[in-house]
Design a protein around this ligand. Structure first.
Ligand code: NAD
Length: 321
């Protein structure tokens, strides 16, 4: 098939391009960043730099493709999304124009990368969380800005399926991490920030590390290989409802720091910044539905995935000097 990966210069998009090409598909990868800033550039893919906020750009990107994976969004970790709500919501232009382009160019299938940030905030106020089930998105009280855009766009996709016959698939990703992603600059998410801070502590000899919040907030983190595998399986399935793709392995942020300090072989002291953005108190993925539909769930352990991520970020920090 000929497949468009929108946001192919980004973290998950880059890994997805590799997977689809390895399966023998012809891939068009589109991102608005200059190619020198893409995390991975496949020499065999058709790589295009386009601003997918624009309708014309989406029409060009969707021309002649059988499937679209829409992973393009202006996003980042908690520090970014809490301070850039308007920018996050503007990604609705990408979702809208991409769906319209799929309709106008007769594309058979569209995947949309939604997020666990669509879930009702009141279900995430305790670190000992009950894992989030797909039904917990309504009544709606998602993450302000970013989560509202995701919830709106996944709903719009559903209606494009009903009204225009496009096969629409959407996954609610829960914290994805791994090599070849953002690790510095303000948009990085917790796993990458933890690895970078531990490498810096090891290099500098200053082992006091600043943690956002009290560190008791809990999360589950999914290794990127599981993410792209689940995405591919969902896209090619007949599952028309939003599905969690996330790990069910819960950890407190303080313990994540301790795990990574163990890889570095250093003792650390955690200093908590209670004024820093920390998001919800606890969040985990309920994988009942994905198991029911696909007989599969993300299974790469946090220990294994974080070790690989730590090694990659250590190389990036050393290379950056
Ligand atoms: P990323 O920022 O690395 O990738 C997104 C890419 O989209 C970037 O390369 C960016 O340049 C590109 N983009 C943004 N605006 C664009 C535009 N107007 N035109 C063209 N390209 C544009 O992020 P990621 O972690 O790879 O996330 C991919 C998708 O998955 C996003 O939709 C994100 O919201 C969603 N998601 C990610 C996570 C996670 O933990 N990483 C969790 C939930 C949902």
């Amino acid at each position: 098939m000929k497949i468009l990966v929108a946001g192919g210069g980004g973290f998950i998009g880059g890994h997805l391009v590799n997977r689809l090409e390895a399966q023998g598909h012809e891939v068009r990868s589109v991102d608005w960043k200059p190619q020198s800033d893409w995390y991975q550039v496949s020499a065999s893919a058709e790589n295009m730099v386009l601003d997918l906020n624009e309708r014309e750009a989406c029409l060009k990107a969707a021309d002649g493709v059988d499937q679209i994976y829409n992973l393009a969004a202006d996003m980042g970790g908690m520090g970014f999304i809490e301070n850039n709500k308007a920018a996050c919501m503007l990604s609705v232009l990408i979702s809208t124009h991409m769906l319209m382009a799929a309709r106008d160019k007769d594309v058979q299938r569209v995947f949309y990368a939604s997020s666990a940030c669509v879930y009702n905030g009141s279900k995430q106020s305790d670190p000992n969380v009950t894992a989030l089930h797909e039904d917990d998105a309504y009544p709606a009280d998602p993450e302000d800005g970013y989560g509202w855009e995701k919830l709106f766009s996944e709903r719009m996709g559903r209606h494009f399926m009903e009204d225009y016959g496009i096969e629409f698939r959407t996954a609610r990703y829960h914290n994805v991490y791994g090599p070849e992603g953002t690790w510095t600059g303000g948009r990085e998410k917790a796993p990458a920030a933890v690895c970078r801070k531990i490498v810096e502590a090891k290099n500098s000899g200053n082992h006091t590390i600043e943690v956002w919040g009290d560190g008791l907030q809990t999360r589950s983190f999914m290794y990127v290989d599981d993410c792209v595998k689940g995405t591919d399986m969902l896209m090619n399935s007949d599952i028309r409802v939003p599905l969690n793709i996330g790990s069910g392995e819960l950890i407190a942020i303080n313990d994540l720091y301790r795990m990574v300090a163990g890889f570095a072989g250093i003792e650390i002291e955690l200093k908590h910044d209670l004024t820093a953005p920390q998001g919800v108190r606890g969040r985990n993925s309920d994988n009942t539905l994905i198991q029911e539909h696909m007989g599969w769930e993300p299974s790469i352990s946090l220990e294994e995935g974080m070790r690989k991520t730590y090694e990659w970020i250590e190389q990036q920090v050393q290379a950056a000097g």
